[in-house]
Design a protein around this ligand. Structure first.
Ligand SMILES: Nc1ncnc2c1ncn2[C@@H]1O[C@H](COP(=O)(O)OP(=O)(O)OP(=O)(O)O)[C@@H](O)[C@H]1O
Ligand SMILES: [Mg+2]
Length: 494
């Protein structure tokens, strides 16, 4: 079979980091080739080299038989390489259609009127067969999952030969993932080659023909997907055996830490919940069901229309995240770029930000030894891959940025911690560390509200679950009652 793409001995270094270490890869025309590896393994760096977004130090890229030592974004696009990046590259104030055709030469008279452009864009979107995805809608009004589809539409519109998807399913739930898989199949039928990056290993068995594992910038192996088990893949990725284990606590008490009474607003119909000391309470449901929106109400990040919040039995007047933090509530938000990390600051600054008061003396001077110890502890606990604590968060890999946001709140000793998709984009080994940390926090008496689209994880780690559908509470389950069917039934509003 013919190779559409060959990578030979690619090297890319950053100060203190070898992101790609003589990496080589062969991708066959028309296949879906998965690329896996831990956070910071070099997946995105490889993609950026192929897309011409960065220049490798050495090595060559062969595309359709022609050798390049360096690609530029323009050349890469011209060759027919389309990339869907881990972080969205959409322009939120513009419409879907404008985003799809952004950067195209509109001067050719092709799309001189908006109507025609909208029509063209709508044709592409209609292939996705999802409801309410309008070419004329403004991107900023779309839910994350739909923004992802717009990214895909963008590359399809450019009739790419090779489409590279960097964690396309991270912001999607099962239903949307199925839409994406159907689209991938259709692309393959048209002879388009796909490179597919994901931390959800189960998915590979549904979409990928072959899978390549990389570790610390090095090539490890390429396997036919059907010939390799998940455990084998994990062992290749982390270089050792690793068994997923959610652990079991026995920490739940009857003491109520946080209670909401008929709390509503932000698109959610009023309902009440109680969170006990030492409990991990799950919020289940599909994307857009109102889980994040409800969490925002508790955290004061959105205005409530009705209801009250009680902490330790006392009414709490939470009107802003600042009030929430004062009341001992922490939140790891869903969108790390927007809400979580201060990307231009370094890891240390990010982690100690919420606890500056605690580690400063009366005159306001920060105890730098304590600062360093806490930072290093978190870097180790979450296996944040970085040359030092002084590295700018901007320079970390996607998953490692997510870990910094998490570390920031873990260092903060909250009474109540809200985790919104804490393991999104996080590799298997670090996921395990996060489960361990959740268990540890709960055993210290912390109450945790966990939102996750990973059903196995939600079932594994939570004591109790509330399930939402279209902004309404549709079901409550105790751990002993958990089954996938019950959860899905509530989550689809049936
Ligand atoms: N601009 C940069 N400056 C310094 N280091 C960088 C830069 N970009 C990437 N790195 C480092 O290169 C390594 C590889 O990063 P990369 O983003 O390719 O990882 P990844 O495999 O995509 O991880 P993830 O699964 O978390 O997305 C990481 O250690 C990262 O910190
Ligand atoms: Mg990446």
């Amino acid at each position: 079979m013919e190779n559409i793409l060959e990578i030979h001995d690619l090297v890319k270094t950053y100060p203190g980091v070898t992101a790609l270490d003589k990496f080589s890869l062969e991708v066959r025309r028309g296949e879906c080739h998965a690329l896996v590896g831990e956070n910071g393994a070099g997946k995105s760096t490889l993609i950026k080299s192929i897309a011409g977004a960065i220049t490798p130090d050495s090595g060559t890229i062969v595309f359709e038989g022609k050798e390049y030592s360096e690609l530029t974004p323009a050349l890469s696009k011209e060759l027919g390489i389309g990339v869907i990046y881990q972080e969205f590259n959409l322009c939120p104030p513009l419409s879907v259609a404008e985003n799809i055709y952004l950067g195209e030469h509109l001067t050719k008279g092709l799309f001189q009127n908006e109507k025609l452009m909208n029509k063209k864009a709508q044709e592409i979107l209609d292939q996705f067969k999802v409801e309410n995805l309008k070419a004329s809608a403004l991107v900023r009004t779309l839910p994350t999952a739909y923004q992802q589809l717009v990214e895909i539409a963008k590359t399809i519109a450019k009739s790419a030969k090779l489409v590279i998807m960097d964690e396309p399913t991270a912001p999607l739930t099962d239903r949307e993932v199925q839409v994406l898989f159907r689209i991938i199949k259709e692309l393959k039928e048209k002879g388009i080659t796909i490179i597919y990056i994901s931390h959800r290993l189960d998915e590979l068995y549904e979409v990928a023909d072959r899978v390549t594992v990389m570790r610390d910038g090095c090539y490890i192996t390429t396997q036919e997907t059907k010939d390799v088990t998940k455990d084998q893949l994990i062992a290749y990725m982390v270089g050792r055996e690793l068994k997923k284990n959610f652990g079991r606590r026995n920490t739940e008490t009857s003491e109520i830490l946080l209670e909401t009474r008929d709390l509503g607003g932000n698109g959610v119909k009023p309902f009440s919940l109680q969170l006990h000391k030492g409990e991990v309470l799950g919020l289940g449901g599909l994307v857009g069901a109102g889980r994040t929106e409800y969490a925002q109400l508790i955290f004061g990040a959105a205005r409530k229309e009705c209801g009250e919040i009680y902490i330790n039995g006392e009414k709490a007047d939470i009107r802003s995240p600042r009030d929430a933090v004062k009341a001992g509530i922490g939140m790891v938000p869903e969108d790390r770029k927007l809400n979580g990390a201060l990307l231009r600051m370094n890891i240390r600054e990010n982690i100690v930000l919420p606890i500056l008061k605690r580690i400063s003396n009366r005159a306001g001077f920060v105890n730098s030894r304590q600062e360093r110890d806490i930072t290093n502890e978190e870097i180790q606990a979450l296996r944040i891959k970085t040359p030092s604590a002084e590295q700018k968060v901007n320079n970390l890999s996607g998953g490692n940025q997510q870990k910094v946001v998490l570390a920031k709140w873990l260092a903060n000793d909250c009474r109540v911690l809200i985790l919104d998709e804490p393991t999104r984009g996080i590799d298997v080994a670090a996921k395990q560390e996060i489960y361990n940390l959740i268990n540890e926090l709960a055993s210290k008496g912390c109450g945790i509200i966990m939102i996750s689209s990973d059903m196995e994880e939600l079932i594994g780690i939570t004591d109790r679950m509330l399930i939402l559908y279209e902004g309404k509470l549709t079901g409550q389950l105790e751990r002993a009652e958990y089954t996938q069917e019950k959860i899905l039934t509530y989550a689809s509003g049936e």
